[in-house]
Write a protein that binds this ligand. Structure first.
Ligand code: F6P
Length: 378
């Protein structure tokens, strides 16, 4: 019998965090289960920072709110945690402190809202005996085993709005308008927003690009009287034989992605301007994609995920991730989610070793883009 549960939000924020929290809290209350929030993700579990959540007060009026009412922490790999000891930086496995805190609080289940890194730690905690149910979050849409993560739809919608606006200014001034979007090592946001925003070129990490091919597309448009073009570039896109563009490298610990991507949009704009003779401008959309109110789609998806997770807890199904499979709510084992990234604590997430879902060449989005003549840089 599950009597007391806790929610933890981890990793970069997305629109929809609060809608998931609300879904869990309401389902819990309707079944006589007490609900707590762990403040700032795994770091909060480590520091034993918790609050009571209830739909009348602390978790009231949050469906449409961006951010997370219980915060979120990035780069908090508690299995390899960066601490200062005697003026020296050392890395420690503090996961047992987290396990003790969870047990001392009497949590029958912890819901982990997060991306691949969060779910890797979730699986590791599962092996340490905690009852965990993961819920897939990220604007990048790259969590393994699910067709969609919450937050993604809102990011695509923000990117689409940006493209609509770039369209009118690009057309007025006869320019190539480049939009750099997020997505890390996956091209979902770029590809989907390119289709919804009527772009002419979409460059994604899964297809290393030849800039001449993109330029040819723009020249073809010029030959047909179109003196402007719209280009979407995923932050993780790279030229054939080249590498990813890194904005900076930080030192947030071992087993987390210390690479901050960014800058490829500027490069693509510069090169396209040289190759086509058309003026080009880059816009980097950045954190707009993560903030603000969730779309109707994300509100519903988040609520479904939250309610389903609580339902699974009541059925005693732990060590799993709620997913959408063939369009339906379902769940999979966290072991399947981490794939080959089996070593406990070693790699948290969003690194080259982590198991993520990338765009495949047989995906409908790729086929659709090609059918309507969006150039993918190949
Ligand atoms: O994973 C979500 C995401 O927004 C990526 O799309 C982006 O590369 C990254 O997080 C940015 O991370 P940070 O918040 O650490 O700058």
């Amino acid at each position: 019998m599950v009597k007391k549960v806790a929610i933890l939000a981890n990793g970069g924020d997305v629109s929809g965090f609060n809608a998931v929290i609300r879904g869990i809290v309401k389902t819990a209350e309707n079944n006589g289960v007490e609900c707590y929030g762990i403040i700032e993700g795994y770091r909060g579990l480590l520091n034993n920072d918790i609050i009571k959540l209830d739909s009348w007060k602390t978790a009231s009026g949050i469906l449409t709110k961006g951010g997370s009412i219980i915060g979120s922490s990035t780069n908090a790999n508690v299995f390899n945690y960066k601490v200062e000891e005697n003026g020296q930086v050392v890395y420690k496995d503090l996961s047992d402190v987290c396990v003790k805190n969870a047990n001392d609080n009497g949590f029958d289940c912890i819901f982990t809202l997060g991306g691949d890194g969060t779910q890797k730690s979730a699986r590791d905690f599962s092996l340490k005996g905690l009852n965990i149910i993961g819920i897939p979050k990220t604007i990048d849409n790259d969590v393994a085993c699910t067709e969609i993560t919450f937050g993604y739809n809102t990011a695509v919608s923000v990117a689409t709005d940006a493209l609509d606006r770039l369209h009118t200014t690009g057309e007025t001034h006869h320019r190539i308008m480049v939009l750099e979007v997020m997505g890390r090592y996956a091209g979902w946001i770029a590809l989907e927003s390119a289709i919804s925003g009527g772009a002419d070129v979409a460059l994604i990490p899964e297809i290393p690009y030849d800039i001449n091919k993109a330029a040819d597309k723009i020249k073809e448009r010029m030959n047909n009287g179109k003196r402007f073009s719209i280009v979407v570039v995923a932050e993780g896109a790279m030229p054939k034989g080249g590498t990813i563009t890194v904005a900076n490298v930080r030192n947030n610990g071992i087993g987390v992605d210390n690479t901050k991507l960014g800058g490829i949009g500027e490069r693509v704009a510069r090169e396209l301007q040289e190759l086509t003779g058309l003026e080009a401008r880059n816009t980097t959309l950045g954190y707009m994609q993560r903030g603000g109110t969730p779309t109707a789609f994300d509100r519903v998806l988040s609520t479904k995920y939250g309610a389903k997770a609580m339902e699974l807890a009541m059925e005693g199904k732990f060590g799993v991730l709620t997913v959408i499979k063939n369009g339906k709510l379902d769940y999979v084992s966290l072991e399947d989610v981490v794939g080959n990234n089996k070593q406990i604590g070693a790699v948290s997430g969003n690194t080259a070793e982590s198991n993520i879902r990338k765009v495949t060449m047989d995906d409908d989005l790729v086929k659709t883009a090609r059918n309507i003549g969006i150039n993918l840089g190949d």
